[in-house]
Design a protein around this ligand. Structure first.
Ligand SMILES: [Zn+2]
Length: 150
């Protein structure tokens, strides 16, 4: 069981150490999580589950990786999302649960789909493979047992 208070304290401490101002949003807030690198601020949902904690780390990752930001073309956005996600994985991969990995896969796949003519050697390909290696593949069985090998 995750203790939301402990996870929240962890984020608060990290923010204090890195001089980042964290704005905690209520769950009724419909704005997206975001980070402002210039002023070192993040806006994230109050933590209820580990996946919220990972989302807060992701925004901290943006502040840590991208001191200056301007470019909004899809490739630049994808680059930044990859960097922030890698920042979290490098430091916290052993603390991420399945929900965290699934959410990362969903988000990165989304950003990737927005880039036309994505180069084959872009780091996102390796990143996605890493993320997917933490997500078990469940094959549909349709209630049948696999055929025994002959
Ligand atoms: Zn992001």
């Amino acid at each position: 069981m995750d203790d939301a208070k402990t996870l929240t304290r962890e984020i608060d401490e990290l923010c204090r150490r890195e001089k980042i101002k964290c704005h905690w949003k209520e769950i009724t807030d419909c704005s997206l999580n975001r980070a402002c690198m210039a002023t070192r601020e993040i806006w994230v949902f109050k933590i209820r589950k580990r996946v919220d904690w990972a989302a807060a780390l992701h925004e901290i990752g943006h502040v840590m990786c991208d001191p200056e930001v301007g470019d909004t073309d899809p490739l630049a956005v994808l680059d930044r999302e990859c960097k922030a996600t890698e920042w979290v994985i490098e430091r916290y991969q052993n603390d991420l649960d399945l929900d965290c990995w699934k959410r990362m896969e969903h988000n990165i796949t989304d950003y990737k789909a927005k880039v036309p003519n994505l180069p084959a050697d872009h780091p996102v390909h390796t990143l996605l493979k890493t993320i997917q290696s933490h997500i078990p593949i469940v094959a549909p069985s349709f209630g049948r047992k696999p055929k025994p090998p002959k």
